[in-house]
Design a binder for this molecule. Structure first.
Ligand code: SAM
Length: 377
């Protein structure tokens, strides 16, 4: 074992050739993912939180050390992970661990509950108990989604990470159909479409419990998809949230896309269903951005600042034009992003960069206007 410091936490991590050989998983490159959820919890202040798939416990320990959460639950099905979580909790919090069956408690200023259980079983036992649940599995979160939607309170918050880029990005379309019940779109828009497929399936799963969703923040970064949603209680909210579902039509030759709201597509060759509603709550993201700017202690403060700045500025409309990909598709030279954005703005349109692609522009301008601007520059 060796010691790692991340944010305010100090944890022991097994020595291994690669992170995937390790008996207990720890990926230092996910520190930014954990920074972002810490920021969200600092802004929204949920009291009872669950890190359902904890591994070393780093995430839950950071919730306990860095956010206002009062009762923090950690859990992993692996016995090795459970043993390590207990060590890591006591490394960060003085006090005596009390052991129950497959469970250990630390009662202090913060109550920490460490579990050795199947996440689905634990969440099924704790019905409508948590204010916030974070799902951070290997690959797809889908096997845990339904139970999580029942274990979180009816106005609670759910955080989901998906690292299975191949299905969500359309490299394995059948896997996307099986897991997410949606047809993915390959190519330059795949990261955003994947994000919207993930949010869309959360909305569909939530609806049967008469729950709607509000997206607090959904983004793509370093090969993973991330979504934070707040549940909205009631059949009407469920109906409203389903109204944000729809489909995408995409022309391979030109890179032009169209979106269509509705539970069913009206034309062939539709991609989706996807979530076409907002991907952020402006106020929440602004508060998170302010916190990073104020210099709050994080593991990756500079990366977090860059990401939150981008997410804060980004125009929140479905999809974007990728200057490189469209340039190639219709054989015109790509111009500087900044110049195209400026030209669109001068014409009275909104336009910003997008975190989904370094060469993408989000705008409310129609495709023809965008291409015209690229041609004339
Ligand atoms: N959240 C951790 C972090 O931020 O470092 C990483 C979690 S790791 C990607 C996924 C973990 O889920 C593994 O430690 C694995 O043992 C655990 N796991 C897999 N299936 C599980 C299940 N059904 N119930 C509980 N834990 C499970």
């Amino acid at each position: 074992l060796f010691e790692v410091i991340e944010g305010k936490a100090k944890i022991l991590v097994p020595k291994a050739e690669s992170i995937y050989d390790s008996p207990v998983f720890y990926n230092p490159r996910m520190a930014l993912n954990r920074d972002v959820v810490v920021l969200l919890l600092k802004v929204l202040k949920p009291k009872i939180v669950l890190d359902a798939l904890s591994a070393t416990g780093i995430r839950g320990i950071r919730f306990a050390l860095e956010t206002p959460a009062e009762e923090i639950w950690l859990n992993d099905i692996s016995m090795e992970a459970y043993e390590l979580m207990k060590r890591n909790v006591t490394l960060n919090f003085p006090g005596e661990l009390k052991e129950g069956e497959n469970r250990a408690f630390l009662e202090g200023e913060k109550r920490i509950v460490i579990n050795n259980n199947d996440a689905n079983r634990l969440m099924a036992e704790k019905h409508r108990y948590f204010h916030f649940i974070d799902l951070d599995p290997f690959g797809s979160p889908m096997e845990f989604l339904d139970t999580a939607l029942r274990s979180v309170k009816r106005k609670g918050i759910l955080g989901v990470t998906a690292t299975d880029g191949a299905p969500l990005c359309g490299a394995h379309p059948k896997a996307c159909l099986r897991k997410y019940l949606a047809v993915p779109l390959r190519g330059e828009l795949c990261h955003e479409v994947g994000t919207r497929i993930l949010v869309g399936v959360i909305a569909r799963y939530a609806a049967k419990y008469d729950l709607g969703i509000e997206v607090l923040l959904a983004y793509y970064k370093d090969h993973y998809f991330r979504a934070f949603v707040r549940l909205r209680d009631g059949a009407k909210k469920g109906d409203e949230s389903l109204e944000n579902l729809g489909y995408i039509y995409f022309d391979e030759k030109t890179g032009k896309f169209e979106i269509e709201r509705g539970f069913l597509p009206t034309r062939p060759n539709a991609y989706g269903p996807v979530w076409l509603g907002p991907l952020k709550n402006e106020d929440v993201v602004e508060e998170m951005f302010k916190l990073v700017k104020s210099g709050v202690e994080l593991a990756k403060p500079r990366e977090a600042l860059k990401l939150l700045h981008m997410l804060h500025e980004e125009l929140d409309v479905p999809l974007f034009y990728d200057t490189h990909a469209i340039g190639k598709r219709i054989k015109i030279e790509t111009k500087k992003l900044g110049e195209i954005i400026k030209a669109l703005q001068e014409k009275g349109y909104k336009a910003t960069r997008t975190h989904f692609s370094p060469t993408g522009i989000k705008t409310d301008a129609p495709y023809e206007v965008f291409v015209d601007v690229m041609r004339k520059l």
